[in-house]
Design a protein around this ligand. Structure first.
Ligand code: DX5
Ligand code: ZN
Length: 211
């Protein structure tokens, strides 16, 4: 059974507490929070104070996906705000190792992700420092885009590496996840879904993805 992390990027931002509690009641496992800075990606979303507010009301762990330049500058802010899982982009900093070690040292779970155009070789040297490897199946920045099938080989490759190195790193997939793209996601442990969950019946969508 997979873990399901609805992305609140597609939720009603005027009613975040209600939305978070509704997906929790509908069977979600984590809450996926997309943080964008308008530099690393061409969109701006939410920051540290909103994560801190979500932490106060969320019955589920917060899975925070940083799409920001120089995450090292803000890492402690996001950790103290209550990021249970904190994921950085391998392209966003020269201090990948320091960031991953800092997240673990704080006591949160460390995640690493890559853009569709980045080869999987770029993340492999850090695998042993990661609790989570996130494979992006859309260009980061916006919800509601089409799933990029050519990224599926990365999931397979990571699964083999994780097994080979005898690690317990989870593989998460983010972007265009739905009932239609589910057949490609056998090797994933965690599915992020924004539009598919929030534009459908929450419980039905979550249980379809889960099983
Ligand atoms: C995109 C974000 C995703 C987004 C996914 O940059 O990382 O989490 O919300 O949205 P859907 O599921 O609609 O593709
Ligand atoms: Zn995301």
């Amino acid at each position: 059974m997979k873990l399901i992390a609805p992305s609140i990027l597609s939720a009603d931002f005027a009613n975040l507490e209600k939305e978070v509690k509704a997906v929790a009641a509908a069977g979600a496992d984590w809450i996926h929070v997309d943080v964008m800075d308008g530099h690393f990606v061409p969109n701006i979303t939410i920051g540290i104070p909103v994560v801190a507010s979500l932490k106060k009301i969320s019955p589920l762990p917060l899975d925070v996906h940083l799409m920001i330049e120089k995450p090292e500058k803000y890492l402690d802010g996001f950790l103290k705000a209550g990021s249970d899982w904190l994921t950085i982009h391998v392209e966003s900093t020269n201090e990948v190792e320091t960031c991953l070690r800092r997240i673990r040292e704080f006591g949160s779970k460390a995640g690493l992700t890559l853009r569709p155009g980045t080869s999987v070789e770029k993340v492999l040297p850090y695998l042993h420092l990661c609790d989570l490897l996130l494979v992006m199946t859309v260009e980061p920045g916006f919800g509601g885009q089409s799933f990029m099938e050519d990224q599926v080989a990365k999931i397979t490759r990571l699964r083999q590496e994780i097994k080979k190195q005898n690690l317990s790193t989870l593989i998460e997939v983010d972007g265009g996840v739905s009932d239609k793209t589910l057949p490609h996601l056998r090797d994933a442990d965690v599915l992020v879904a924004g539009s598919y969950v929030f534009k459908n019946d929450y419980a039905k969508a979550i249980s379809t993805l889960k099983n």
